[in-house]
Write a protein that binds this ligand. Structure first.
Ligand code: PLP
Length: 395
């Protein structure tokens, strides 16, 4: 058996995207034991970096080992007790995911929906909050399936006013769009590395407000074999061991209570992703995503293609393009991949085969990536005008 030798690709889909070489380099470093003082200091550094990424003072800011979905499950299973009311405003596939995970946590789940391609008005969310009186409101910021980015400041304010815990999935949006954990009053937010953070999937940064942390710690049941006399079982036990944030907080905190074995290589990668972002400056990184997103938008329009959804509320880092009548969307994607080494995506459910999703995020939010992709699209579609339109944005 020969060693894996992956082909060179330019990943211009909705994520994963081509990883920043600095992240890959960080991930090639040797392991250190999980309780080595160097390692615990690296864990503390990682927490401090992600406080900057999430724009929060939350002490409880760390990594859940696993893909972004692991962060979502950890947040919801640790917050929700069976029978709790959870409200999920759904505007795409990942809203449905939040509802389905909440159901598995045996919550009484209520959803409200807008058509794919739209976002919620705050009044509609407040009316549902009044009606349902949920313990938790769970919402996605940027739903990759539709490319829409839900404004959250008003929803945070509504949740505070009605004493509702607010959970947000920022996987697709953080780093490329404004995101304010504390200013918007979010209780838990989770993310992933494989979009605007320029890393691979496999680590889910999370931040937890003091009031959410108190609520979770009020359900702490430390597992047998590592508990001591100070541990008393309180509250309803969290239904997952791996995603039991009460125990995971003790692993990342001063107690360093053994739980899982930290995924050291992923931590190296996550640390470098955050360092890249903080070095660049969050506002500069968001402006970079806005610029290259705008260039890609101009480029696809220059090619004569229609853009799906409410463009005013589109995430900066991904665009959904209507596949023109008579064009075989899968053939175009296959030719881009086979002939040019460029990957773009389609979408899910009602949008499967109806749109292409093209990302400009993380390491690929740069002009060469945008222009190369548009050039290849011109050749595959036999149309012009894409590169020139993007170049006008850069002029
Ligand atoms: C908004 C959003 N949430 C959650 C996920 C799930 O992430 P993962 O595949 O890393 O578990 C994705 C992946 O595309 C996403 O875009």
């Amino acid at each position: 058996m020969t060693a894996l030798d992956p082909p060179r690709r330019l990943l211009m889909g909705p994520g994963p995207i081509t990883a920043d070489p600095r992240v890959l380099q960080a991930m090639s470093k040797q392991l250190v034991g999980q309780f080595d003082p160097w390692m615990t200091a690296a864990m503390n550094d990682t927490m401090a970096l992600y406080r900057q990424v999430f724009r929060t003072a939350n002490e409880q800011t760390f990594l859940v080992d696993g893909t972004s979905r692991a962060g979502i499950e950890a947040a919801l299973v640790s917050l929700i007790e069976p029978g709790d009311r959870v409200l999920v405003p759904v505007f795409g596939r990942f809203g449905h995911l939040l509802a389905e995970i909440s159901e598995r946590c045996r919550a009484e789940v209520h959803t409200i929906e807008v058509p794919w391609g739209e976002v919620f008005e705050p009044d509609a969310v407040e009316a549902a909050v009044r009606d349902v009186r949920p313990k938790v409101l769970a919402i996605v910021q940027g739903d990759t399936s539709t490319t829409m980015c839900q404004p959250l400041a008003d929803i945070g304010e509504i949740c505070r006013r009605h004493d509702v815990l607010l959970y947000c999935d920022a996987t697709a949006s953080i780093g490329g769009n404004e995101f304010e954990t504390d200013a918007w009053g979010l209780d838990i937010a989770t993310a992933g590395l494989q979009k605007c953070l320029g890393g691979p999937s496999g680590s889910a940064p999370i931040t937890i407000s003091p009031r959410a942390a108190d609520l979770i710690n009020a359900r702490k049941h430390v597992e047998a074999g590592i508990r001591d006399d100070s541990d008393t079982d309180v509250g309803t036990r969290i239904a997952s061991n791996y995603f039991d944030l009460a125990q995971v907080m003790d692993y990342w905190g001063p107690r360093r209570l053994n739980h899982h074995t930290e995924a050291t290589t992923m931590l190296y990668g996550a640390h470098e992703c955050a360092r890249l972002l903080v070095e660049e400056g969050l506002d500069t990184a968001i402006a970079r995503h806005e610029l290259h997103g705008r260039a890609m938008l101009a480029g696809v329009r220059g090619l004569g293609l229609e853009v799906f959804g409410d463009v005013e509320h589109k995430m900066h880092n991904v665009v959904a393009v209507e596949i023109p009548d008579g064009v075989d969307g899968d053939r175009v994607r296959a030719e881009l991949l086979d002939d040019f080494g460029i990957e773009i995506g389609t979408s899910f459910g009602p949008l499967h085969g109806r749109v292409w999703r093209i990302g400009t995020m993380g390491y690929n939010a740069r002009s060469e990536a945008v222009l190369t992709t548009l050039d290849a699209l011109e050749k595959v579609l036999g149309r012009g005008g894409g590169v020139a339109a993007a170049q006008e944005v850069y002029a």
